[in-house]
Ligand binder design. Structure first.
Ligand SMILES: Nc1nc2c(c(=O)[nH]1)N[C@H]1C(S)=C(S)[C@@H](COP(=O)(O)O)O[C@H]1N2
Ligand SMILES: [Mo]
Length: 427
């Protein structure tokens, strides 16, 4: 849907035969654009040639958001949208409820669901560079299906004080779909990782917002040891369907435990580097935090910023929705999910008295490593009035989510503040 930029320069004599795409749409029936919009366009004949309905343009993202009605759009160029906590209740996050984080524009190949000739190149510090089709991936490596959490490094940014620039994600830049693909490690081993390998560098074919052809939108990587663990996968399916356009069609990486920026969408190349990767948004202060705790608002010199790797332990309350009413003295179930960049979560607690006392929640084991874990607890508000449910997950090292934002950092990453919801007990 890049008609606006694509055809805008093609001026035509109004009387000349109309051979533009819009002309084609016209001659194939005036309702073609209307059909795409799902309604008639009463003044369609007034639409200047080359002008496409703005609602169909990728600029608005409206067409792409059609199935994701409950999400909160933070911006439309690039398109970013998060999921309200109460819509994250599913064990496996469906397409409709998965957050969207675009740094550029969805590539045309993804919009067209066109995977013809798609290849994935593995090159750099390898014995045998590979160029694999999707069929090669499917047939030459063991296929695996895993539930894996993806969480944006900036999830929770909105809770930092002072505020930091970037999308003001609250709690919903996270999800846990089921991905099908092959282990990244298997593919890398096939290529043969040289001693000199240090880091991966990931590439996709999404278009830069400024329209510059071939300009990198985002290209991140992970230490080679992380890439060689068995958890990361190169996926072509999400929840049993080909990857949707917004989530990386036809191939993407899922590197669980790390900020989702490492999980490159529209993946067509993995460059094995002999040094830390320096692609777009790998350097400067992107996805970096100070090497030492700083006071809120501190300006940190660039050389003191280190790459954000493992995401901290975290949880979300997905039921009930904030503001829920219960009867005083009666028991209500609260539930949600917990996850951690180190792997399994060790314990889950909830509080009904602003953190004075905590009760242990039931915590299910993960169906596989790096899937989120279901937790549930029964709470009983003793008398009528206003309560809050606070949720706190603890990792294997005994580290818990903080009640206030964790150590501040200039770009607002990795905020694992406890999630709170309001609970009203009526007499
Ligand atoms: N090609 C490409 N891959 C990308 C991005 C992108 O903009 N382009 N954004 C990254 C970031 S920052 C996040 S948080 C996740 C978001 O994945 P999702 O949109 O499928 O939820 O994709 C990552 N992979
Ligand atoms: Mo992200």
């Amino acid at each position: 849907m890049s008609e606006q930029s694509g055809n805008a320069g093609a001026t035509r004599d109004a009387d000349a035969p109309d051979r533009s795409r819009r002309g084609f749409l016209r001659t194939s029936g005036l309702t073609a654009m209307g059909a795409m919009l799902g309604m008639t366009i009463p003044f369609e004949r007034n639409l200047p040639a080359g002008l496409f309905p703005v609602a169909l343009a990728q600029d608005t993202g409206l067409d792409l958001m059609a199935a994701k009605k409950g999400l909160v759009v933070l911006g439309n160029r690039p398109l970013n949208a998060e999921t309200p906590a109460h819509l994250l209740d599913d064990d496996v996050t469906p397409y409709e409820k998965l957050f969207i984080r675009m740094n550029g524009l969805v590539p045309q190949t993804a919009l067209d669901q066109d995977a013809a000739g798609w290849t994935l190149t593995i090159d750099g510090e390898v014995d045998t560079p590979l160029e694999l089709t999707i069929e090669d991936l499917k047939s030459r490596f063991e296929n695996v299906t895993r539930r894996l959490v993806i969480e944006c490094g900036g999830n929770g940014r909105a809770f930092f004080q002072p505020g930091t620039s970037g999308n003001q994600w609250t709690v919903g830049a996270v999800g846990c779909p089921e991905w099908t693909g092959v282990r990244l490690a298997d593919v890398l081993k096939e290529a043969g990782i040289k001693e000199s390998a240090v880091y991966t560098g990931h590439y996709g074919n999404d278009a830069h917002l400024n329209g510059e052809e071939g300009k990198e939108v985002i290209s991140r990587g992970v230490p080679i040891d992380k890439a060689l663990q068995e958890d990361a996968i190169i996926a072509w399916e999400m929840n049993g369907e080909p990857l949707p356009a917004l989530h990386g069609f036809p191939l993407r990486l899922i590197v669980p435990g790390y900020p989702a920026s490492a999980s490159q969408k529209y993946l067509n190349r993995i460059w094995i580097r002999d040094k830390e990767h320096d692609g777009a948004k790998m350097t400067g202060d992107s996805y970096r935090i100070p090497a030492y705790p700083v006071a809120p608002g501190t300006e940190v010199p660039e050389e003191d910023m280190v790459i954000l790797m493992e995401m901290p332990v975290k949880s979300v309350i997905t039921f009930p929705e904030t503001g829920f009413e219960v009867k005083a003295g009666e028991t209500a179930e609260v539930r949600g999910h917990a996850w951690c960049g180190k792997g399994d979560v060790a314990a889950m607690h909830v509080s009904l008295d602003f953190g004075q006392t905590w009760q242990e929640a039931e915590l299910d084991p993960a169906p596989n490593r790096f899937a989120w874990q279901r937790w549930r607890a029964n709470v009983t508000p003793p008398q009528h009035g206003y309560y809050e449910v606070w949720a706190r997950a603890t990792d294997q090292d005994g580290i818990s989510q903080p009640p206030l934002s964790p150590v501040w950092n200039p770009r607002g990453y990795a905020n694992n503040i406890q999630h709170r919801i309001a609970l009203v007990a009526v007499a």
